[in-house]
Design a protein around this ligand. Structure first.
Ligand code: APR
Ligand code: ZN
Ligand code: ZN
Length: 370
């Protein structure tokens, strides 16, 4: 079938809105119609060449959809079901799936690396018949797409599409970093770097646990108001203090924060997050730097300070379980996900969505489909 999509042909070029050809769903694949997709920093990073995506490609990975048609062998969804798309579908049988680390699934990681579906082929072509690559088994910057059944998580049809879309990436990534990986305890101090789509959710996740203090750190002074609206008790702007770890120690009886969660992906922020945690505290790097970037820690401090560094990816838990947990909290009014949705726009304006993300919008831009 023909569908409208936003295609990336070259790094640092705008996405091209055009008709593409989508093949029929094969074994355990599902044809879906997108209902909403968030504009995430990881899409923009890919468009700039981070992670070196295979080109041409249809980006987009933070999405909600409706099932249109099921390929052979599909059992977990049926046409008409409302779903959140997981960008880390897993096989359930490999070493890491059995280790309860589904986001490291060996089958998924291999397919994601070559820009195809699990069988190593693509379902997307240009009208001229040239191959277009998949992105993270989602490619949600398109009205329709074929995805693996394993990435389709059915949800209650009442959940608004924009909310469901954000649960597919930013919410789960940030919330899980605080709840699963940091495992914030009540009455403690938490510091969070990068108050964007992911960081705001780390903030909300931390708040659910009842910490005494949440310190938001962002280079954009406009983030102070939004961080405080979402529950931050303090704000530190690295441009306004001499030394960020010192500023955080000054707020925490000289010790440093119990938990530091880094959501900007900037190497200097990762180093600050390490130095701002108290001895034996927990450091959670979430944001993704460029592949060639490095961070440096004084070697002697690693053993002496006894800090735990817990890398966090897609919330560190089981995404499908976490989607349901998060939506349960939302339905009970305990997570204000509505406040996350910023400007909504049609797919034709996706390049504006990228520009706004770059300029530092307060909340998430979401593409909504008719
Ligand atoms: N220190 C603190 N904050 C910073 C710094 C820094 N050195 N540099 C940038 N920031 C802030 C920006 O001002 C912005 O508020 O980080 C925030 C990033 O937010 P978004 O652009 O909305 O990015 P988001 O979608 O939240 O993704 C953040 O997580 O999934 C990964 O690839 C993604 O690395 C990215 C990160
Ligand atoms: Zn697996
Ligand atoms: Zn994302």
């Amino acid at each position: 079938m023909r569908t409208k999509a936003a295609v990336l042909y070259a790094i640092n070029e705008p996405l091209v809105i055009e008709e593409v050809e989508i093949g029929d769903p094969k074994d355990r694949e599902v044809l879906v119609r997108m209902t909403a997709t968030g504009v995430c920093r990881s899409d923009l990073s890919a468009a700039r060449g981070f992670g070196r995506p295979h080109l041409p490609v249809i980006l987009g990975h933070e999405a909600a959809a409706e099932v249109v048609k099921c390929g052979p062998g599909v059992t977990r969804v049926k046409p008409g079901d409302r779903i959140v798309l997981s960008w880390s579908p897993n096989c359930g049988h490999c070493f890491y799936c059995l280790e309860a680390r589904p986001t490291l699934c060996e089958v998924y990681t291999e397919a994601a690396g070559v820009g195809t579906l699990w069988d190593g082929t693509s379902r997307i072509r240009t009208p001229g018949g040239d191959k277009i690559h998949h992105f993270s088994q989602t490619s949600s910057f398109a009205e329709h797409m074929v995805v693996p059944e394993a990435g389709c998580v059915p949800i209650h049809p009442d959940i608004p599409a924009s909310i469901a879309a954000l649960v597919g990436c930013a919410v789960t990534t940030g919330y899980g970093a605080a709840v699963n990986d940091a495992n914030v305890r009540a009455g403690t101090n938490v510091a969070i770097w990068g108050i964007g789509g992911v960081g705001l959710n780390a903030l909300m996740g931390a708040k659910v646990r009842g910490p005494a203090m949440i310190i938001a750190v962002d280079v954009n002074p406009e983030k102070e108001a939004v961080a405080k609206r979402f529950g931050a008790t303090h704000f530190v702007n690295p441009g306004e203090v001499n030394d960020v770890p010192e500023a955080i120690r000054a707020l925490t009886e000289g010790r440093g924060a119990d938990y530091t969660i880094e959501c900007s992906g900037r190497p200097e922020a990762i180093e600050q997050a390490y130095h701002s945690a108290r001895p034996a505290g927990t450091v959670v790097p979430v944001g993704e730097a460029r592949k060639e970037e490095t961070v440096t820690f004084p070697a002697r401090l690693l053993p002496d300070e006894q800090k735990r560094i817990v890398g966090s990816y897609y919330g560190g838990g089981v995404p499908e379980r976490d989607f349901h947990q998060i939506l349960g909290l939302y339905r009970r009014g305990l997570l204000d996900l509505d406040a996350l949705v910023g400007e909504t726009m049609p797919l034709d304006r996706i390049n504006d969505g990228f520009r706004m993300l770059d300029e530092g919008v307060e909340t998430r831009s979401v593409v909504v489909f008719e």
